[in-house]
Ligand binder design. Structure first.
Ligand SMILES: NC(=O)c1ccc[n+]([C@@H]2O[C@H](COP(=O)([O-])OP(=O)(O)OC[C@H]3O[C@@H](n4cnc5c(N)ncnc54)[C@H](OP(=O)(O)O)[C@@H]3O)[C@@H](O)[C@H]2O)c1
Length: 326
């Protein structure tokens, strides 16, 4: 017999003053079973970050920068081994030290954790999540690319070595750190590409995760862009395929049948269709002969961060996957 499903749970948020932490607080305040016991950060100066380590709760969400996050995970795993930890940073998304070093350009501070975390792309790893004690929440861009690409690569429907992910994100994707390129006058009325080439860390996360699930390592050309809006990610994914648009659509519809937050739609989704929701909407369109365009849209702060984190908590603890998220 499995463990009893708790009726009420207590929650702590590290980094509750950041963009994803604030969003998480808002969603959790509407969750019927969760009570936020503490939230750390400059928005709650009476609880310094370290003080959260001595607070005992059922679930810890870490909305901290990478490196800092892994250090907190290590301490929490020792201090509160029975609690669930959901890490929103990139620290535990890659499987090996070598891979982490390649994409983050420094050594991992707590490499033993890499093999211990369940990867929380909920729709794909749902079977591994119930009962997990450590969940690594996927990246926002990575979620928007992996959800549409994974089923198509798994079924061998697209050329895995000829994939272009042309992705655009609102400025909240970069967090609230003070950077000149994120100042209002730089972002407003502007539009720019960044991290050109094989530099963006989410490339590693997408390629490695898809390989783990399908046995095929895709090779991506990934171009992130900064949109002059607050939130949302729209990815146009260009694939080479001998299959028709209908066949690609059917494969996606089959894979996500019954998934409450991933939906196939006829017209290309827009940011306003997904913002402030935990949805990922996707559509498929004809490209040049032998090519197709797959479009996906999600809110980077919800399905790309806090919403998916709550979805993972729900599945880990045996709650309905949609609790507090509709
Ligand atoms: N933004 C997104 O769309 C998004 C999506 C998916 C995943 N993520 C990941 O989620 C994490 C948080 O991202 P964010 O965008 O919410 O960041 P953010 O807006 O910059 O907020 C960062 C938070 O971490 C705290 N913090 C910073 N340095 C710290 C330190 N040395 N020790 C303890 N706390 C520290 C800050 O607290 P203070 O108030 O004290 O400064 C703040 O609460 C990152 O790892 C990011 O990669 C973000």
């Amino acid at each position: 017999m499995g463990a009893a499903i708790p009726n009420r749970i207590t929650v702590g948020i590290f980094g509750g003053s950041g963009y994803s932490g604030r969003e998480l607080s808002r969603w959790l305040s509407r969750h019927p079973r969760a009570r936020v016991e503490f939230s750390t950060g400059s928005a709650a100066p009476h609880i310094p970050h370290e003080d959260g380590l001595s607070r005992r709760v059922d679930v810890y969400f870490l909305c901290l920068p990478h490196v800092t996050s892994a250090a907190y995970v290590e301490k929490l795993r020792k201090a509160q081994p029975r609690s669930l930890i959901v890490d929103l940073s990139g620290d535990l998304r890659l499987r090996t030290e070598a891979s982490y070093k390649r994409w983050y350009e420094h050594d991992h501070g707590a490499p033993a954790l890499l093999a211990q975390a369940v990867f929380g792309l909920t729709e794909v790893f749902r079977a591994d999540i119930p009962g997990a004690k450590l969940i690594s929440n996927p990246g926002c861009y990575a979620t928007s690319a992996m959800l549409p690409l994974l089923p198509l690569i798994k079924d061998g429907l697209v050329d895995s070595e000829d994939i272009i992910v042309d992705a655009k994100s609102g400025a909240s994707g970069a967090g609230r750190s003070l950077r000149e390129d994120l100042l209002f006058c730089e972002v407003e009325g502007n539009f720019s590409i960044y991290s050109q080439g094989r530099r963006h860390r989410h490339i590693g996360e997408i390629e490695e995760t898809i390989e783990r699930c399908t046995g095929v390592r895709p090779v991506l050309t990934f171009s992130p862009h900064l949109l002059p809006v607050e939130r949302g990610i729209l990815s146009a994914i260009y694939v080479r395929t001998p299959r028709s648009v209908d066949e690609l659509r059917s494969a996606l519809a089959r894979y996500y049948e019954g998934a409450p937050f991933v939906r196939l739609v006829d017209s290309a989704p827009k940011l306003k269709d997904v913002n402030h929701t935990n949805l990922c909407l996707m559509s498929v369109h004809e490209g040049a002969p032998g090519r197709a365009i797959v479009v996906s849209a999600l809110d980077n702060l919800v399905k790309g961060a806090s919403g998916q984190a709550i979805q993972n908590m729900n599945v880990a603890l045996g709650f309905d996957e949609t609790e507090g998220l509709l």
